[in-house]
Structures are given as structure tokens and as C-alpha cells.
Design a protein around this ligand. Structure first.
Ligand code: NAD
Ligand code: LMR
Length: 332
């Protein structure tokens, strides 16, 4: 067996945490042969609940779980960790946009950035899930200057999974036969789910999703709004925000970082923009990326038409506004 990987999950007593600890402990992310030491962080009033989660982890008898450390102290939670799932934050309720959470949540990511800077391994890979995820990730990285900023990413994989699922159900094919779906921009209702470059494999033939569906009005209309509003639709139905699907997407995202992407396939994640595709440099914009040796590269050279350009600019503007509000909140 390999050396154990120290993995931190924040908000471990919450909804997403409940699914995520099991998935990580089962070997789904770091590999069935890689033991993990789980560092579980939540706030002091949740320590009783977290203790119950620890009992259940023990009762699962998971072969990959070497040890569990449950704490309300970020210094303990982040000590020597190599991977972090930053989930702990307030979820939105019905009628809210994710950016309405900024005032409540952004300071958590400032404090955790400072703690990561002090206690985590410099190679730590940090996935921000807590909303508004892109801007929280940007703030977290800003307050962890000794950790390379490329090590921080924000989760838009749930949006990618949702988009793939919509297309697979429209075509009646397995979700794994839909590839190269892109999420551009913010994990918000301005995101741009883009299938212009996506492919579907039907009866052994790989064709473009546009050619397979033959309904441009759907792909430029209902498909996009369904994905943009899916989080709100789940909240309206469950009276709670998505949790099982969010945990699955977080595992997919971290697994892509750990195991890399294969061949020409790419995944979407919020990463620091270097200005690619004329996006504003320095915001955490979701791009298609390939990953090798735990390092991502933005896929270059995809043609962008006027329809896409307008949508990509709109979500970029929202990210710039959120960044300015977040910096003001942290410095104020
Ligand atoms: N990026 C995405 O695709 C995506 C998807 C789903 C949910 N989310 C977001 O994830 C976050 C968590 O959602 P949830 O449903 O698990 O919420 P939840 O309320 O069930 O759990 C959140 C947990 O975080 C804890 N917490 C709060 N402040 C903390 C801190 N400073 N340190 C450590 N823990 C802290 C809470 O005590 C709670 O146990 C929300 O912000 C939600 O909007 C993001
Ligand atoms: O929509 C939310 O607030 C939760 C999450 O971001 C989601 O997309 O399901």
C-alpha cells in the first residue's frame, strides 16, 4: 500500500460532508490502494454531530481509512495536509442567489487561507466548494501567499455533470458517452454551459452534440437555463441544497487532479484566469482544463462565436464584481 494521504474536509458535520467523507474513505478519489488520514473540521457547536459522523466512519469499516482527526481548530485540521475540500460555509435558501452568501461566507475563506498558509503542505491541492465558490477560492488563495495559486480551484464539476446528464437523457445514451461539455465562468446563474465542442457516442459513432440533437433552439435556450438554475430547482424540491450530487462532483474534481485527465478529454474547473479567451486576468473563471502530474492547463484554441462571447463576458463581469465586493469585505 502507498503512504497515507492527509485529506481535510471542512464542514464535515454538514450535508455534503456526510456523503463526502464516505466517498473519500471508500477510495473513490485517491485510489483503492491509497490509505487516507481524514482531518475533519467543523465549528465548535457541531462537535457532537461530528462525533456521530466519526462513529459512522468507524462502523463503515473502510479499508482506506487509516485514521480520523475531528476538530474545530484549523491549525489541527490543516496540519501537513495534501488535499483539502473546503465545504464548510452557509448554503443558500430558496429565493437567494449564491452571491448573496458572499458577506456571510467570504471571511471563512480568508481565515482558512491564512491557516492553510501556516499549516498545510505547500503542495496542498485546495478545492473550494462553499459558495460563492469561485470568489471564495480567490480569497482563500490571496490569504495563502506561500502556496502556489495554481493549487486552488473552485468547483464547477457539478454543473458539468448536470449538463452531461441533460444531454445524455435527451439522446437516450449513457452519461459516459457524452464528452467535452464545458462550463465557462462562475458557478452561478450566469455560468455558460457550452456544448458547441461536445461529442456524443451513438451506436459506436462519435458525433457532435449539435448534430446529434438537431435542435439549436433547445441547446441555446432551455438546455442552458436548466443547468444554470438546477441548484435552485433542487433547493425548491428538497428544501435543502444539493448534497449527494455535490459530494460526487467534489470527488470527481479531486480525482481529476490526482489521477489526471486522459488523452484529448478535458474537465471544467474554476482556476485563476491568465487572460485566456479574453477573460479578465486574476478572477477564478471556469475553463476546460487538461491535467497532468496534478497540474492543470487551460485548453487553448477553441473557436468562440458571438453567442458564446456574449455569455462568457456576462459571467466574467459578475466574477469581477464579486471579487471587488469580496476584497472590500475582507479588508473592511
Ligand atoms: N460549488 C458547488 O457546486 C456547490 C454545490 C452544493 C453546495 N455548495 C455549497 O457548499 C456549502 C456547504 O453546503 P452544505 O449543504 O453541506 O451545508 P450545511 O449547512 O449542511 O453544512 C455546512 C457545514 O459547514 C460548517 N461550517 C460553517 N462554518 C464553518 C467554518 N468556519 N469552518 C468549518 N466548518 C464550518 C457548518 O457548521 C456545517 O456543519 C454551501 O455554501 C453550499 O452553498 C456548493
Ligand atoms: O445552488 C446552490 O445554492 C447549491 C449548489 O451551488 C448547487 O449548484 O446545487
Amino acid at each position: 500500500m502507498a503512504e497515507p494521504v492527509r485529506v481535510c474536509i471542512t464542514g464535515a458535520a454538514g450535508q455534503i460532508g456526510y456523503s463526502l467523507v464516505y466517498m473519500v474513505g471508500s477510495g473513490a478519489v485517491f485510489g483503492a490502494d491509497t490509505p487516507v488520514i481524514l482531518h475533519l473540521l467543523d465549528i465548535a457547536p457541531m462537535m457532537g454531530v461530528l462525533n456521530g459522523v466519526c462513529m459512522e466512519i468507524s462502523d463503515c469499516a473502510l479499508p482506506c481509512v487509516r485514521d480520523v482527526i475531528a476538530t474545530d481548530d484549523p491549525a489541527v485540521a490543516f496540519k501537513d495536509i495534501e488535499a483539502a475540500f473546503l465545504v464548510g460555509a452557509m448554503p443558500r435558501k430558496e429565493g437567494m442567489e449564491r452571491k448573496d452568501l458572499l458577506a456571510a461566507n467570504v471571511k471563512i475563506f480568508k481565515v482558512q487561507g491564512q491557516a492553510l498558509d501556516q499549516f498545510a503542505k505547500k503542495s496542498v491541492k485546495v478545492l473550494v466548494v462553499g459558495n460563492p465558490a469561485n470568489t471564495n477560492a480567490l480569497i482563500c488563495a490571496k490569504y495563502a501567499p506561500s502556496i502556489p495559486r495554481e493549487n486552488f480551484s473552485a468547483m464547477t464539476r457539478l454543473d458539468q455533470n448536470r449538463a452531461q446528464a441533460q444531454i445524455s437523457s435527451k439522446l437516450g445514451i449513457p452519461v459516459t458517452d457524452v464528452k467535452k461539455v464545458i462550463i465557462w465562468g462562475n458557478h452561478s446563474s450566469t455560468q455558460f454551459p457550452d456544448v458547441r465542442h461536445a461529442t456524443a457516442t451513438i451506436n459506436g459513432q462519435t458525433v457532435s452534440v449539435y448534430d446529434a440533437i438537431k435542435d439549436d433552439a433547445y441547446l441555446k435556450g432551455e438546455f442552458i437555463t436548466t443547468v444554470q438554475k438546477r441548484g435552485g430547482a433542487v433547493i425548491a424540491a428538497r428544501k435543502l441544497s444539493s448534497a449527494m450530487s455535490a459530494a460526487k462532483a467534489a470527488c470527481d474534481h479531486m480525482q481529476s487532479i490526482w489521477q489526471g485527465t486522459s488523452g484529448e478529454h478535458f474537465v471544467s474547473m474554476g482556476v485563476f484566469s491568465d487572460g485566456s479567451y479574453n477573460t479578465p486576468e486574476g478572477v477564478m473563471y471556469s475553463f476546460p482544463v487538461t491535467i497532468k502530474d496534478k497540474k492543470w492547463s487551460i485548453v487553448q484554441g477553441l473557436p468562440i462565436d458571438d453567442f458564446a462571447r456574449e455569455k462568457m463576458d456576462l459571467t466574467a463581469k459578475e466574477l469581477c464584481d464579486e471579487r471587488d465586493d469580496a476584497i472590500a469585505a475582507c479588508e473592511g
